[in-house]
Write a protein that binds this ligand. Structure first.
Ligand SMILES: Nc1ncnc2c1ncn2[C@@H]1O[C@H](COP(=O)(O)OP(=O)(O)O)[C@@H](O)[C@H]1O
Ligand SMILES: [Mg+2]
Length: 318
């Protein structure tokens, strides 16, 4: 199992590469693991809107999720920025090999939850968490976890593309460089495979050694995805990866997400409801730091079980 993520000697490792991007993965793939129980409430299958929460602190989770194998299990997770609580008892399992979106009005805690999964919130002062998150069965918040290894397995793509001021080639192979890889053929092979994986190879193959900063925004975002992919993660965490892009670039990233699905588990934050509908298998609706409802995307749009979900999905607020 994923022993390498556990550090032998105790204290949590807070170091991170300069981008927060995933780094090369030398660890075995995650195994199937146990379901987290948490505060989830099984949605009664009584039909449309009949499961309006009597107790708003619990989540209505559709039973379809029970048939999935979870990669990340979030169990009763709360997070505080100082005195301010940003997440309230969130429980959700992220299914293996699927695309799961997190939606909800601005400020409801989507980015906070996403950052919690690979412990990027460690970098923010006065953050305190309660509850648990597991990855491949291991406690992400354990003192013994190797955070660097964890972030190799759970790669992050940010809202704003963050290419490094170096060549396209060096950007892609950066995770391998960090690991000390020097063999030209290995670097070239990973570079090409990752750029192909990110649907960017044909556009840049003749200018690999030019600066990445000269690329368009959409190309830069695909480059950042290529860099994340080069690290061979299990899970890609994406925080509104298309929000800074024009519709054509957005369409390319959406196609790419479809292609990456299956090989990777994708957890994506979006405020674009059409994008969630087009590209994702499951949708989690968050509101005021709580996970309100979680189910198959189609059902979340066409027959949500909570009034708040319906109001948000149909554009009545947010
Ligand atoms: N670094 C931070 N320090 C303090 N409060 C924060 C920080 N980041 C986010 N918050 C607060 O936490 C809440 C959730 O924010 P965020 O996770 O960014 O929401 P979303 O991504 O859904 O827009 C907001 O009230 C926001 O102001
Ligand atoms: Mg956000």
């Amino acid at each position: 199992m994923k022993q390498s993520v556990m550090s032998a000697d105790g204290p949590p490792q807070r170091a991170i590469d300069m981008s927060g991007q995933a780094m090369p993965n030398r660890s075995p793939r995650v195994q199937q693991s146990i379901h987290g129980a948490g505060e989830k409430r099984r949605a009664p299958s009584l039909g449309h809107l009949e499961a309006v929460a009597e107790d708003e602190s619990t989540t209505v989770t559709h039973e379809a999720l029970e048939t999935e194998s979870p990669v990340v299990e979030i169990d009763n997770f709360s997070l505080y920025y100082g005195a301010k609580q940003a997440l309230f008892n969130v429980s959700m399992n992220v299914p293996h090999g699927k695309v799961t979106s997190m939606v909800g009005p601005s400020g409801c805690g989507k980015s906070t939850l996403l950052r919690s999964v690979n412990r990027l919130n460690d970098l923010i002062d006065h953050v305190r968490t309660e509850g648990s998150m597991r990855y491949g069965g291991m406690d992400i918040y354990s003192r013994n976890i190797n955070v660097i290894e964890l972030r190799k397995s759970l790669g992050m793509v940010f809202q704003k593309p963050n290419p490094f001021p170096m060549s396209i080639f060096e950007n892609v192979v950066y995770p391998l460089r960090i690991d000390g890889e020097k063999r030209k053929n290995v670097l070239m092979e990973v570079c090409e495979r990752s750029l192909r994986g990110a649907a960017l190879w044909d556009e840049v193959k003749d200018r690999l050694h030019e600066s990445a900063l000269g690329m368009s925004g959409g190309q830069q975002q695909r480059l950042c995805i290529a860099r994340a992919v080069a690290a061979s993660p299990d899970v890609l965490l994406m925080d509104e990866p298309c929000s800074a892009l024009d519709p054509i670039a957005t369409a390319k990233i959406e196609d790419l997400i479809q292609e990456l699905k299956g090989e990777y588990t994708i957890l994506i934050v979006t405020h674009n409801m059409q994008q969630a509908a087009r590209t994702t298998d499951y949708t989690a609706f968050m509101y005021l730091g709580r996970l309100i409802e979680y189910g198959p995307t189609l059902d979340m749009f066409t027959k949500p079980r909570c009034r708040q979900t319906e109001d948000y999905m149909t554009g009545r607020f947010g």
